[in-house]
Ligand binder design. Structure first.
Ligand SMILES: C[S@@+](CC[C@H](N)C(=O)[O-])C[C@H]1O[C@@H](n2cnc3c(N)ncnc32)[C@H](O)[C@@H]1O
Length: 363
């Protein structure tokens, strides 16, 4: 054990420039972390929306538009300006939300909208004590066990990306799938969560039938509600069922959106998909963007996914039978192995976005 005379790290060996540069990064990160609740408040109270397309505003004008207290709003605006989220003009003491930032912060259905994720940060923070304990024991922490803000955040965060990509960009890259969906196909959306992907496909392909499955009962309740709201309830069914044994067969298309790596037994899920897919069917696997090696994933997207994976995806998988724990950065090679072990013979990367890998497996 080091004493005061014998420090743990000998300061004479320290590279001051390296220390200064790391401290700079660490302070930025602390500021960013502290900004998370402020972004949740901004979203909840419509502060960014109040600034959208409004040009330069005083704090009193922002507060009036949002129906908030001027003093709180002024402090909030200064924090946002320090983070570069809004622009500040010192001469007029006014704040502006640039249109480019509004796409990420104020337009809910823009593919760039980012605020949906922040309640997930609050959810994980609320579960931090339990998660720390599971780190020691190695026990899992199921999706269903999380503070429920995780579920609505997942819906809000994924929805704009799916709306922009799923029907216009991703499905057309699969082999003959759009033609089948137009004519009338049978689709299983497995691990469907709140069913955003299910209702988007149902709206685009009125001749097809969609069956959403998820082991989490509250997600299935919300999926049914959303299908009603979106006017596609007659085309969709939602059932509580696991990926390893959901009912039905002869599916022309089976989809797993951002969930295969969360499962304890992805090979079992692949095997079951193989059993119930039509002989010329397609299995669409949408996974977080990742390369096959750790070093290639050490970038801002990898940072987001490895961190989310540590507290959400890996514990979710460990909580289930087998507990393979692929992690959210599994990469194409590991996913190919899962599909092949499940009995699929053809596997390819159909397309990709900066956030997602879109894979197609066929019998
Ligand atoms: C990250 S969420 C994705 C939800 C949805 N697919 C989406 O993209 O919005 C992962 C989902 O997988 C579900 N899930 C995890 N393990 C499962 C299993 N073994 N069988 C069925 N669903 C499972 C969870 O309940 C959760 O809804």
């Amino acid at each position: 054990m080091a004493t005061i005379d014998e420090p743990l790290i000998d300061m004479t060996t320290i590279d001051e420039e390296k220390l200064g540069s790391f401290m700079g990064q660490a302070v930025v990160d602390v500021g960013t972390s502290m900004a998370a609740p402020l972004l949740i408040i901004g979203e909840k109270l419509g502060l960014f929306k109040a600034m959208m397309k409004a040009g330069p505003l005083t704090s009193a004008e922002v507060a009036e538009r949002a129906g908030t207290s001027e003093r709180y709003t002024r402090e909030w605006l200064r924090g946002q300006a320090a983070g570069g989220y809004v622009a500040y003009d010192a001469d007029t003491d006014r704040y502006t939300l640039p249109d480019e930032h509004a796409l990420a912060l104020a337009v809910d259905d823009s593919p760039f909208y980012i605020l949906g994720i922040y309640p997930a940060v609050a959810s994980v923070s609320a579960d931090v004590d339990t998660l720390s304990q599971r780190f020691r024991t190695g026990e899992g922490f199921g999706w269903h066990e999380h503070d429920p803000r995780l579920f609505s955040a997942t819906e809000l965060f994924f929805r704009p990306g799916y709306a922009a990509n799923l029907v216009p960009q991703w499905l057309p890259t699969l082999d003959g799938v759009v033609e089948k969906l137009e004519a009338g196909a049978k689709v299983a959306d497995v691990g469907c969560g709140h069913g955003v992907s299910t209702f988007l496909m149902a709206k685009a392909f009125p001749n097809s039938k969609f069956h959403g499955f998820d082991y989490h009962d509250k997600s299935i309740d919300r999926a049914r509600e959303l299908a009603e709201e979106e006017g596609v309830a007659a085309q969709c069914t939602f059932e509580v069922a696991s990926a390893q044994d959901f009912p039905g067969d002869g599916y022309d298309l089976i989809t797993h959106f951002d969930c295969l790596h969360d499962m304890g037994d992805p090979v079992g899920a692949a095997r079951h998909a193989r059993e119930v897919i039509a002989e010329d069917g397609s299995w669409m696997i949408v996974e977080p963007m990742a390369a096959d090696t750790v070093q290639e994933n050490l970038n801002p997207v990898g940072r987001l996914y490895y961190n989310a994976s540590t507290v959400i995806c890996t514990p979710a998988s460990l909580s289930q039978d087998v507990g393979l724990a692929l992690g959210a950065q599994a990469g194409e090679a590991a996913l190919r192995q899962v599909a092949e072990q499940g009995g699929f013979t053809r596997f390819r990367r159909a397309t990709e976005t900066p956030f997602n890998l879109i894979l197609e497996a066929r019998p």
